[in-house]
Write a protein that binds this ligand. Structure first.
Ligand SMILES: Cc1ncc(COP(=O)(O)O)c(C=O)c1O
Length: 490
């Protein structure tokens, strides 16, 4: 059998290595097929004009790597199953065609999620954006955070391992419990706290463990869109309850029984997005209804840290005597959203089940982040940071209110300016929200309509103005540019 093999006697590569490479390439490219017999070493050596030892060395190498096989008395053959076949079988095998999305059978949850409306509009990139929800990153004490991080890194290596603290890092739970007791009059111990991946996971766990598809949830209208999406994704039936300047209109809720409404979701400290603060009489009325009916209250104490002038109203949870309130909070606004640390305060009987669900879902949050946050709270940095940020945000808030009023006068009304990091602005205008957003973007200003926060949108001209990220100069410039768009023009 003739084999066309090119060997270069001037190459620095030894001849046996060149022969090995040539034969291997011939096998892998299919020039030599499985079970094909190779010439004897004597014959090949003669035909290539090289020594027999050179051929034997190359053959032995290929035999040891599984490319060749010998059959006693019959000769040397290309192996049936080649090593590359085994090694790269996944890559070599033609990949099965991707099934069409509609042929994949989704679960009931998947079906509901697929039907949910998607995010309204991608955010337009603008020079000055009044988007809400981001704290002032330039004011965050990065160096201090770094110091705490390296201190914990060096201290020991426990943070590298799985945590067996199923509710979250115990010193962090203690720090949060103390903080909530002193600043929000929440009644709890660290044993009642579950550390969650932000408010979002707390909502999801509550849905999974307490609400069946078809069961009723009452919620503020307008209200927090991300919460509404979670409720709908779990198949809850929604009961929108209007809000006014004193928050949720509880008298509209109390017509419902426990059979209709199993849980009511509220943001009492700074109603999202109107910014109303739920008055004390309404808090008491809400608790009385929950106690009477056996319904649960889910208190999202969002933005409770930022109040301007008003005396703090204690959390609903602290006023509750019958464990009707599930309380949750987050460090997304107080520190930074990528931290993804939130907490849920539960009545003791619920804790083990929630901890088990969290563990099944994603084990736990990074231990190192929890250690750093625990030190940040315990060593007084959190409250120091909050004191500083209240002044910064208050200044920005005042600037925004003043410049809005000075620029738009009667054409504008402002609500929710006593707390939080945004306010809600109602313009008297004949333009659609989309037209306003578009015209503002042309002036380099980003705006967010409040329409998406309504379950049943009825009005237009309402916008959420976040100011936490912007300097006073940027706020002034942004509103002056808005004045150029001609709100009353057709
Ligand atoms: C009403 C409300 N609750 C909670 C959060 C915080 O969510 P998370 O902790 O998942 O970042 C936000 C964020 O914008 C919010 O608007």
């Amino acid at each position: 059998m003739e084999l066309a093999i090119a060997l270069d006697s001037r190459s620095s590569l030894p001849l046996h290595r060149q022969l090995y490479d040539e034969l291997r390439r011939a096998i892998l490219s299919g020039r030599l097929v499985p079970r094909q017999q190779l010439p004897s070493s004597r014959f090949l050596a003669k035909s290539l004009g090289i020594s027999r030892t050179t051929v034997t060395q190359a053959y032995e190498q290929l035999l040891s790597e599984g490319y060749l096989d010998t059959v006693v008395g019959a000769g040397t053959f290309v192996c049936d199953q080649l090593p590359e076949d085994l090694l790269f079988s996944q890559a070599i095998a033609p990949s099965p065609p991707h099934p069409e999305p509609e042929t994949i059978q989704l679960s009931a949850y998947g079906e509901r999620l697929a039907r949910l409306e998607t995010t309204l509009q991608p955010e337009l990139q603008t020079e000055i954006s009044f988007r809400y929800g981001r704290p002032a990153f330039d004011q965050f004490p990065v160096q201090l955070w770094q110091k705490l991080l390296s201190r914990h890194c060096r201290h020991d290596t426990r943070w590298l391992d799985y945590s067996t603290d199923f509710q979250g890092y115990e010193p962090l739970r203690q720090a949060i419990a103390r903080y909530l007791c002193r600043s929000r009059a929440v009644q709890c111990t660290s044993e009642q706290i579950l550390i969650t991946n932000g408010t979002q996971q707390a909502l999801d766990l509550i849905m999974r463990l307490l609400i069946n598809p078809g069961e009723g949830i009452a919620l503020e209208e307008p209200g927090y869109l991300s919460a509404r999406r979670i409720f709908l994704s779990h198949g809850a039936q929604l009961f929108p309850i209007s809000v006014d300047r004193s928050g949720l209109i509880v008298s509209d809720l109390i017509q419902y029984s426990r059979q209709q409404v199993k849980l009511v979701y509220v943001t009492p400290s700074h109603q999202f997005p109107t910014g109303a603060i739920l008055s004390l009489p309404r808090r008491l009325e809400l608790l009385a209804w929950a106690h009477q009916t056996g319904a649960l209250i889910l208190e999202d104490d969002y933005d409770s840290e930022y109040r301007y002038g008003d005396r703090p109203i204690p959390a609903l949870q602290g006023l509750d005597s019958q464990a009707a309130v599930l309380y949750m909070g987050s460090f997304s606004k107080v520190l930074f959203p990528a931290l993804r640390i939130g907490y849920l305060v539960l009545s003791p009987p619920l804790v083990p089940l929630f901890a088990r669900a969290k563990w099944l879902c994603d084990r736990h949050l990074p231990v190192l982040d929890q250690q750093v946050l625990a030190s940040f709270i315990d060593e007084g940095y959190l409250e120091r940071h909050l004191r500083k940020m209240r002044l910064v945000y208050d200044q920005r808030r005042q600037a925004l209110v003043q410049v809005l009023q000075a620029t738009f006068g009667e054409q504008v009304s402002i609500v929710g300016e006593r707390a939080g990091l945004h306010l809600m602005v109602r313009f008297q205008t004949s333009l659609s929200d989309q037209a306003i957003i578009q015209r503002a973007a042309e002036q380099g200003v980003g705006l967010m309509s409040a329409q998406g926060q309504y379950l049943q949108p009825t009005r237009s001209g309402e916008f959420i103005f976040g100011y936490s990220e912007l300097t006073v100069e940027q706020i002034k410039s942004g509103i002056q540019r808005l004045a150029q768009i001609g709100l009353s023009n057709q």
